[in-house]
Design a protein around this ligand. Structure first.
Ligand SMILES: [Zn+2]
Length: 233
């Protein structure tokens, strides 16, 4: 129910940046290194102006994330969460050939930053990146398909824990996004997915901020990129 109703409000944007993603890997080009900036420091590829400014559209994304009049907040949050999940899955699917246990033995998200998985029995695990991503995507799909967590039928109510579940999803999404920017940005360039990734992350950041879904400290590993993405919109 809410998918259809909200889709009419934001459909043009929500669908506008997904269809171009192909699941067919293209031939990999020669890997290039991060280049020195004016201060002689090595600048990360994703922070370079030519990449940061690469987006799918120039519309004001900030207005797209705001709750429209007459729409229930949880329905709005659910719709954007599902769309972010779908778009993130399209990008991760393109990278499966490169994000392997061999290439990515841990879920890295930056220099000396590894994301751990905590099992239901509270056991801390250090899975490979592809395993971590698979666990996040499977867990998220399970929540989204659970009518008790993400109600779609008329009359079904959102549970009191709904926003906490979404916050957990958003934290997981960030880990995957950070891993892609940190470990696979060259692959993203090769697949010509930079505009898709930047738009997805920009959407993610603005939506998180609008509904207070992720604490700033959680997004600190990509703080510079966030400032550049928001600052250049
Ligand atoms: Zn990887």
């Amino acid at each position: 129910m809410f998918l259809f109703e909200i889709g009419r409000c934001a459909g043009n944007y929500l669908w506008s940046y997904v269809p171009g993603v192909s699941s067919e890997p293209r031939k990999r080009k020669k890997t290039t290194e991060d280049v020195p900036n004016r201060n002689g420091e090595r600048e990360k590829l994703c922070l370079q102006d030519r990449h940061v400014t690469c987006r799918l559209h120039r519309d004001d994304l900030k207005t797209y994330v705001q709750l429209p009049k007459g729409v229930e907040e949880n329905e709005w949050i659910a719709t954007h969460t599902i769309k972010l999940y779908d778009n993130l899955q399209l990008i991760t699917n393109c990278l499966t050939e490169y994000c392997t246990a061999e290439n990515c033995p841990v879920m890295s998200g930056g220099q000396n930053l590894i994301f751990y998985w905590v099992s239901e029995r509270n056991k801390k695990m250090r899975p490979t990146a592809p395993t971590y991503i698979e666990m996040v995507m499977s867990w998220t799909e399970k929540q989204i398909k659970d009518e008790l967590v993400f109600p779609t039928k008329y009359g079904n109510q959102f549970p009191p824990t709904f926003k906490d579940t979404v916050r957990k999803m958003f934290r997981f999404f960030f880990h995957i996004i950070a891993h892609i920017y940190y470990s696979h940005f060259q692959d993203v360039i090769n697949f010509e997915l930079v505009p898709h990734l930047n738009t997805l992350f920009h959407h993610y950041v603005l939506f998180s901020q609008e509904f207070n879904l992720v604490e700033d400290k959680e997004m600190a590993p990509l703080e510079t990129l966030i400032n550049l993405l928001i600052g250049t919109n």
